[in-house]
Design a protein around this ligand. Structure first.
Ligand code: NAP
Length: 244
C-alpha cells in the first residue's frame, strides 16, 4: 500500500533548478508542505514558490548553501514555524567541464562544498528533527559520475563519489533509528546544468527532470515496502534505467 504524503514536511535544496523544480511541483501535488532552501538566483526560487503555493504551503529561504550559518538559521526558522522535518532532499549541485590539469584549488573547493560538504552538514543539522518523524527519509541526488569516471568531470566526479560514500555510511548508521537514506544517480538530465557539462548531448533520449520526480515519488510512497531500493542509477541514451 502506498504511504500518504499529505502534510509531510519536505526540506528541499536547489528548488529553483531543473530537477529541483520538478521535485517541488510533484511533492506539492502530493500534498507535502515544502521548505525550499538556498538559491543563487532568488527570482527562480520565488517562481517555484508561487507554483507550489497553488497546491500546498511553502517557505522559501534564498541564500548561499555553502554558508553553514545560513543553513542553521533557515532550518531553525522553518522548524519554529512548522515544527519539524520529515524528508530531506539534497538536490542542489554544481559542475564544471574542465580538463584535469586546469582545475584550480578554488574550483575544487567550491564544487566539493556544494555537492558533498553542504548536504553532509545539512543532513547532520536536520537529524534531530528527522529522528522525531515517523517517515524520516533523506534522498541525495548524486550522479552516474559518482560511480565511474568521465573526461573533464574530475572534480564533479570526486564530489559525487564523496556524496555517495557518506550516504552509505549514514544509511547504515541510522537504519536502526528508522531513518532511510537513498541516492539517485542520474545520467544526463535535460536541465541548464547538462547544457554546460555535456554540450555534446542532445535532448532526444535524455532523462527529463520529471523522471527524477517519479523516482522520488516512488521512494517516498513505498517507504515501508521491501520494494524500495537503496540506490537508483538512471541512464538513458539507448540504455534502460537500472536499479541497484
Ligand atoms: N542535469 C544533469 O545531467 C544531472 C545528472 C546527474 C546529477 N545531477 C544532479 O542533480 C542536481 C540538480 O541539478 P540540475 O540538473 O537540476 O541543475 P540546475 O538546474 O543547475 O540546478 C542546480 C540548483 O542548485 C542551486 N545551487 C547551486 N549552487 C548553489 C549555492 N551555492 N547556493 C544555493 N543554491 C545553489 C542552483 O541555484 P540557482 O538556480 O539559483 O543558481 C539550482 O537551483 C545536482 O546535484 C546535480 O549534480 C544532474
Amino acid at each position: 500500500m502506498k504511504n500518504s504524503l499529505k502534510d509531510k514536511i519536505l526540506l528541499l535544496t536547489g528548488a529553483g533548478g531543473g530537477i529541483g523544480s520538478a521535485i517541488a511541483a510533484r511533492c506539492a501535488s502530493l500534498g507535502m508542505k515544502l521548505i525550499l532552501l538556498g538559491a543563487n538566483n532568488p527570482e527562480k526560487l520565488e517562481t517555484v514558490k508561487t507554483l507550489v503555493e497553488k497546491h500546498s504551503s511553502c517557505l522559501a529561504y534564498p541564500g548561499d548553501l555553502t554558508d553553514l550559518e545560513f543553513l542553521s538559521a533557515a532550518l531553525e526558522n522553518a522548524v519554529e514555524k512548522w515544527g519539524g522535518v520529515d524528508v530531506l532532499i539534497n538536490n542542489a549541485g554544481t559542475a564544471a567541464n574542465t580538463p584535469f590539469e586546469e582545475v584550480t584549488p578554488e574550483t575544487f573547493d567550491r564544487i566539493m562544498a556544494i555537492n558533498s560538504r553542504t548536504p553532509f552538514f545539512l543532513t547532520q543539522k536536520s537529524l534531530p528533527f528527522l529522528k522525531r518523524s515517523s517517515c524520516a527519509t533523506v534522498i541525495n541526488i548524486a550522479s552516474v559520475t559518482g560511480h565511474s569516471g568521465y573526461p573533464m568531470q574530475s572534480v564533479y566526479s570526486a564530489s559525487k563519489h564523496a556524496l555517495l560514500g557518506w550516504t552509505k555510511s549514514a544509511a547504515s548508521e541510522y537504519y536502526k533509528e528508522n531513518i532511510r537514506f537513498h541516492a539517485i544517480s542520474p545520467g544526463g538530465v535535460y536541465t541548464d546544468m547538462v547544457k554546460v557539462t555535456r554540450p555534446d548531448l542532445t535532448p532526444e533520449g535524455m532523462i527529463m527532470p520529471e523522471d527524477i520526480a517519479d523516482i522520488v515519488e516512488f521512494i517516498l510512497t513505498h517507504r515501508n515496502s521491501n520494494a524500495v531500493i537503496d540506490e537508483i542509477m538512471l541512464h538513458r541514451n539507448g540504455k534502460e534505467p537500472f536499479l541497484v
